[in-house]
Design a protein around this ligand. Structure first.
Ligand code: ZN
Length: 341
């Protein structure tokens, strides 16, 4: 989680807990496990949430999240259930959800979408910038200097200790989002759909094409009538910041396919759980965002004009509208201007 957001995160988490128990002004626990339904649980660290399903033959973990949280989770699972983790399912390859699985490697089989294979490969030092990154490269030297960087790229200088005069390569930018060496690669890759069965229970993985990333699985727990959508569908909240690495307009089609699934409970990788009704709001928001930005591009408007005029006021009640509406618009502009990514 980027440091510039830390204050907002603390305030937001405090607000949620405060709302739940107004008599208490205590700091919320940094980590916790909560039951969703039956043997299905969420585990959380600050504002990141993964899931696990307990069966008589072992546990299925979805998104180990990060090394510190995964180590804590393993201790908790040992203490509470005394069962090994048999499967680790990845929703996608972003390292703020996929890292830390090594603590389960002795007992677990790791599963992810086949596009994770490419995304987990560090690009060579001379790899060209992505189309969207080339929009940032104002001086056209093939590197992103600090004055040209935003979003995750801007963090890379400090996180990787890169000389600010030197600029970032494609490989440097990848390192921030996918690197760190802490992601155990999948043992099993699937392409369209897969069912994992353990101890009389099942978990389905569904691939609906490009959206938040090109390697995103929707995880469906059919008996629990619950889906896990991690970063790609967050109930009652705008999509994250500048839509880094996301695909438009394909994300809209992705959301519509999620709406076709049979479920009642929607469990995201951030914030509180929702219901099927929250899918409709996300579809409406994404459609209106894409339509407005594309119409502006077609009319020859600049990014700044669109940021100043695409207000999407009908979604002002959603979380992070005040903070992320402008960067959602700017991100959508850059994606739609650069071959859909
Ligand atoms: Zn992500």
């Amino acid at each position: 989680m980027r440091s510039t957001l830390s204050l907002a995160i603390v305030l937001t988490v405090g607000w949620i807990l405060g709302a739940a128990s107004p008599a208490s002004a205590q700091t919320p626990p940094e980590r916790e496990i909560t039951n969703v339904t039956g043997d299905l649980y969420r585990f959380r660290e600050i504002r990141h949430v993964g899931m696990f399903l307990v069966t008589p033959e072992g546990i299925i973990v979805v998104d180990p999240t990060n090394p510190g949280l995964a180590a804590w989770l393993k201790d908790e699972l040992d203490r509470r259930f005394g069962l090994p983790v048999r499967y680790v399912i990845y929703s996608h390859s972003h390292n703020d959800h996929a890292s830390g699985g090594s603590v389960f490697a002795a007992t677990a089989t790791f599963i992810g979408h086949e596009n994770m294979r490419h995304n987990l490969q560090k690009p060579p030092a001379d790899a060209p910038l992505l189309p969207r990154e080339r929009l940032w490269d104002a001086n056209g030297n093939g590197r992103i200097e600090l004055s040209e960087a935003n979003g995750y790229a801007a963090q890379a200088f400090d996180l990787l200790g890169i000389d600010k005069r030197q600029g970032l390569t494609r490989s440097n930018i990848w390192e921030v989002r996918f690197g760190g060496g802490a992601t155990v690669p999948p043992d099993i890759y699937y392409s369209d759909q897969m069912t994992v069965r353990l101890g009389g229970k099942s978990v389905e993985l569904h691939y609906f094409g490009r959206g938040h990333t090109d390697d995103m699985s929707v995880v469906l727990f059919p008996d629990e009538r619950t889906i896990y959508t991690v970063d790609a569908l967050t109930p009652k909240r705008l999509p994250f910041e500048d839509l880094d690495g996301c695909f438009l307009p394909e994300w809209l089609d992705w959301l519509r396919q999620v709406d076709e699934l049979d479920f009642d409970i929607l469990s995201p990788g951030h914030e509180a759980i929702g219901t099927k009704a929250d899918v409709t709001e996300q579809i409406d928001y994404m459609r209106d965002l894409v339509d407005a930005v594309q119409a502006g591009i077609d009319a020859g408007k600049t990014k700044q004009v669109l940021v100043d005029t695409v207000m999407l006021e009908q979604y002002a009640h959603m979380r992070e509208y005040q903070n992320w509406r402008a960067v959602n618009v700017a991100g959508a502009y850059e994606i739609l201007m650069s071959s859909g990514r």
